[in-house]
Design a protein around this ligand. Structure first.
Ligand SMILES: Cc1ncc(COP(=O)(O)O)c(C=O)c1O
Length: 373
C-alpha cells in the first residue's frame, strides 16, 4: 500500500469491533520519513553491528518449547531461571500470549491511560471489560496507586502497565510497582509489566517485575533497546506454572519458532555489551539535543522529561490537536506520532534514538513547523 494513502481520520476509531490496532496500521503505512522522529526504538542494526559467524546460522533445530540456549541466555540476563521464560515473536506476541492466558471473555482488566494501542486493542479483541487508570501529565505520568486501588474489584484479573511508559518514556518506580503487586495479590489478579524499553535505563534499570513475585508477568524483546526488530526475539518472564500454560496456548500458533532467529538471538545475547554500547552512543547525544530543544521551546511546549528515555510526549501549549503539526512536518519530510493515537490529541510523541545528525535536522524542522503553526 502506498504510504499516505489512508486518511488519518479513517484510522481513528475505537470500540468499532475492528480486529486491528489503528495505531499499528498507521505506524506501518504513515510513520516513515527521511527524519523519522515517530520511531520509539533504537535505529535498526546492520550486519556489521553484530559479530556473527556461519556457526551462528542454522536452519532447523530443537526449539518446539523455545530454544534452550536462548531461554538460558534470557534467564541469565534477567536473573530468573529458564522455567520462568516463554519465548515469543516479539513483545507483541508475548503480550498477546500473556493476556490471552490470564483472562477470559468478560474479565475485568485495568490498563493505564494513555496506553500503547496494541495492548488496548488486544484486550478488546479478547473481550475484556476494560477499565482505565490515568497516568497524568500533571503528575509526571506517575501511577496513582490509590486511584488504582479504588478501581480494583474481586473481578479484576489483570493490571497492565508499561515501564518505561509508552508514550511518555517515564519509568514506574519500584515502590509503586511493589504496591501494585500487593493490591493484585489481594484479589488474585496478575500484573503485566511491558518492559520493552527497560534496558535503555542501563545501570539504573530496576530488577524485572517478574522477579518481584508470582503475580507479576514481564514482557520484552530485543527490539527497542538493541535494534534487532527483525529477529522477533521476544519473551515472557513469569512463574513456571503460568509459563507452562502460555506454552500450551502457543501450540495454537505453530509447532516451532524460527530457528535461525533463535540462533542469531543467542549470538545477540553473547554480544549484548556491544549492542548496549551502540545504543548508548546514539541515545546520549540525541538526548542532549532533545532536552535542549525542549528548553528552547518552553513558550509553545510543555514536557515531562525523563532522565533517560528514547521518547518524550510533549504537550502543545497553543493548540488543541497535534495533527496540524504532524501535517506541517510532512512538508519537511519529518514524522512524529500524533497524540490522538494515545488518546491525548494535544500531545505528540517524539522519538530520538536515530542518528544524531538526523535528530538534529528533525528537531530543526520541528522548530520551524512549531513556529509557523
Ligand atoms: C510498549 C510496547 N510494547 C511492545 C511493542 C512491540 O515490540 P516488539 O517489536 O518486541 O513486538 C512496542 C512497540 O512500539 C511498544 O511500544
Amino acid at each position: 500500500m502506498e504510504s499516505r494513502s489512508l486518511p488519518l481520520a479513517v484510522l481513528i476509531r475505537r470500540n468499532t469491533g475492528m480486529k486491528t490496532s489503528v495505531y499499528m496500521t498507521w505506524a506501518k503505512y504513515h510513520a516513515s520519513a527521511r527524519y523519522n522522529l515517530a520511531n520509539s526504538g533504537i535505529l535498526g542494526c546492520d550486519l556489521a553491528d553484530l559479530p556473527i559467524t556461519m556457526d551462528d546460522v542454522a536452519l532447523n533445530g530443537p526449539n518446539h518449547e523455545g530454544y534452550a540456549p536462548l531461554k538460558e541466555a534470557i534467564a541469565g540476563k534477567y536473573g530468573v531461571t529458564p522455567d520462568n521464560v516463554v519465548t515469543a515473536e516479539g513483545t507483541s506476541m508475548a503480550n498477546f500470549l500473556a493476556m490471552a492466558t490470564v483472562i477470559e471473555r468478560g474479565d475485568e482488566v485495568l490498563i493505564e491511560q494513555p496506553a500503547y494501542d496494541p495492548l488496548l486493542s488486544a484486550l478488546e479483541y479478547l473481550g475484556a471489560e476494560i477499565k482505565r487508570f490515568t497516568r497524568r501529565f500533571a503528575d509526571g505520568y506517575r501511577i496513582d496507586v490509590d486511584e488504582l486501588g479504588r478501581l480494583i474489584t474481586p473481578r479484576t484479573r489483570l493490571i497492565v502497565v508499561t515501564s518505561p511508559h509508552n508514550p511518555s518514556g517515564v519509568a514506574v518506580d519500584q515502590a509503586t510497582i511493589k504496591r501494585i503487586g500487593e493490591l493484585a495479590l489481594e484479589t488474585g489478579a496478575r500484573v503485566l509489566v511491558d518492559e520493552v524499553y527497560r534496558d535503555i535505563l542501563f545501570e539504573d534499570a530496576p530488577p524485572v517485575a517478574a522477579s518481584l513475585g508470582p503475580q507479576f508477568i514481564t514482557t520484552s524483546s530485543l527490539t527497542k533497546s538493541y535494534g534487532l526488530n527483525g529477529l522477533r526475539c521476544g519473551w515472557i518472564l513469569c512463574e513456571p506454572g503460568l509459563a507452562e500454560k502460555m506454552r500450551r496456548l502457543n501450540d495454537l500458533f505453530g509447532a516451532v519458532g524460527s530457528f535461525p532467529s533463535d540462533r542469531l538471538s543467542v549470538a545477540a545475547f553473547r554480544n549484548l555489551f556491544l549492542l548496549e554500547a551502540r545504543t548508548r552512543s546514539m541515545i546520549e547525544p540525541s538526548t542532549e539535543l532533545v532536552h535542549q530543544f525542549l528548553r528552547e521551546h518552553e513558550d509553545v511546549l510543555e514536557c515531562v522529561v525523563p532522565p533517560r528515555s528514547m521518547i518524550v510526549f510533549p504537550l502543545l501549549k497553543k493548540s488543541d490537536d497535534s495533527e496540524r503539526l504532524h501535517d506541517l512536518l510532512r512538508r519537511f519530510d519529518t514524522s512524529i506520532v500524533p497524540g490522538k493515537f494515545f488518546e491525548a490529541p494535544r500531545h505528540f510523541r517524539l522519538g530520538f534514538a536515530v542518528k544524531t545528525e538526523d535528530v538534529a535536522a528533525g528537531v530543526r524542522n520541528l522548530s520551524k513547523a512549531l513556529r509557523s503553526a
